[in-house]
Design a protein around this ligand. Structure first.
Ligand SMILES: [Zn+2]
Ligand SMILES: [Zn+2]
Length: 316
């Protein structure tokens, strides 16, 4: 039997023999197939990553960039059948990678207003507004070091960005999540702390079980919690956050975060107003409890984002 007559599926008794397959995805050796569709490195929209980002309501979405041409390798079916070492094999075409990653990004819950947030846009902000501010540059260097270690160590350590309001912590946290999805294809979830608590509370009031509410937050490989410690922390909320962090700790799952509070154990300082956001006398330990704080300390690298206040610079 010539290589062009190999059946795609085992033939059934009495069935007509399959017609010879013709065209670019016919049964040829895998090394003779045309290359899979890929993004243009010179593309102004995706910069070669293959994804175009936009805000759709409250949530940021990604779609495959228009610079990607139809795929000659799989004829846009997503599946390739070819001869590998003398055997017919069927597998997914590598052009699907960008589709997979656009779905991962769109499901991550990144706020719509941060749809364009990336390391590139953060660096441009530093250049434009603060002329290579050394504190921000130092933070960027630490972040790229952390990302460079991703996947190379047995356990992927988490990361908590801390610093005063207006330094761009949320922008950077989104940039980390985006990088992990776009470069590494990691499933991740981004959530703002008070919203997370609100969602948990809503889940319980809808009659969902504790497992239904908490399990998705424990099972996601990367959970990014923005504004850790913000809001009015009731005993119930503290118990829930303790469970999420403890279970992620036990599962050695990667947890990311940002906070306005100093990364230190509880001092006992009381807030002037429990709902206020920026209470510098309090530490992260005061806000989330020492047990959660010490777990975070073990799981995560803490990176300070000092530098100028972008919000006040932009108002000048
Ligand atoms: Zn493009
Ligand atoms: Zn393809």
């Amino acid at each position: 039997m010539s290589r062009f007559q190999l059946p795609l599926t085992p033939s059934v008794a009495g069935a007509q023999p399959p017609a010879p397959v013709k065209g670019a995805t016919g049964l040829v050796r895998i090394e003779d197939l045309p290359p899979a569709a890929s993004p243009q490195h010179s593309c102004d929209i995706c910069k070669g990553d293959g994804l175009a980002f936009s805000a759709q309501g409250e949530v940021a979405h990604a779609k495959p960039c228009d610079c990607i041409r139809p795929c000659e390798r799989c004829l846009d079916t997503g599946t390739v059948t070819a001869i590998v070492d003398g055997t017919v094999r069927t597998g997914r075409c590598r052009c699907r990678r960008v589709h997979d990653r656009s779905r991962l990004y769109s499901a991550a819950g990144i706020p719509g207003r941060y749809a364009q947030a990336s390391f590139a846009t953060y660096s441009q902000g530093i250049l434009l507004h603060s002329r290579n501010d050394p504190a921000s540059m130092k933070c960027l260097t630490e972040m790229s070091g952390w990302l460079g270690r991703w996947g190379k160590e047995h356990e992927n350590r988490g990361l908590v960005l801390h610093g005063a309001v207006g330094r761009g912590k949320t922008h950077l946290l989104v940039a980390v999540v985006r990088n992990l999805i776009v470069r590494h294809g990691i499933r991740a979830r981004f959530v703002e702390f008070t919203r997370l608590l609100g969602q948990l509370k809503a889940g319980y009031s809808e009659g969902k079980s504790g497992a239904m509410v908490i399990d998705p937050l424990v099972e996601v490989p990367v959970l990014a919690i923005d504004e850790l410690g913000k809001g009015r922390m009731t005993d119930w909320e503290l118990t829930v956050i303790d469970e999420v962090i403890s279970r992620r700790y036990n599962a050695m799952a990667c947890t990311l975060g940002s906070t306005n509070f100093a990364p230190a154990r509880a001092t006992g300082a009381t807030p002037v107003n429990a709902a206020a956001v920026n209470i510098t006398a309090q530490t992260l330990g005061d806000r989330v409890g020492d047990r959660v704080y010490s777990r975070l300390e073990e799981m995560c690298d803490f990176v300070e984002l000092a530098g100028p206040d972008f919000r006040s610079i932009q108002r000048r």
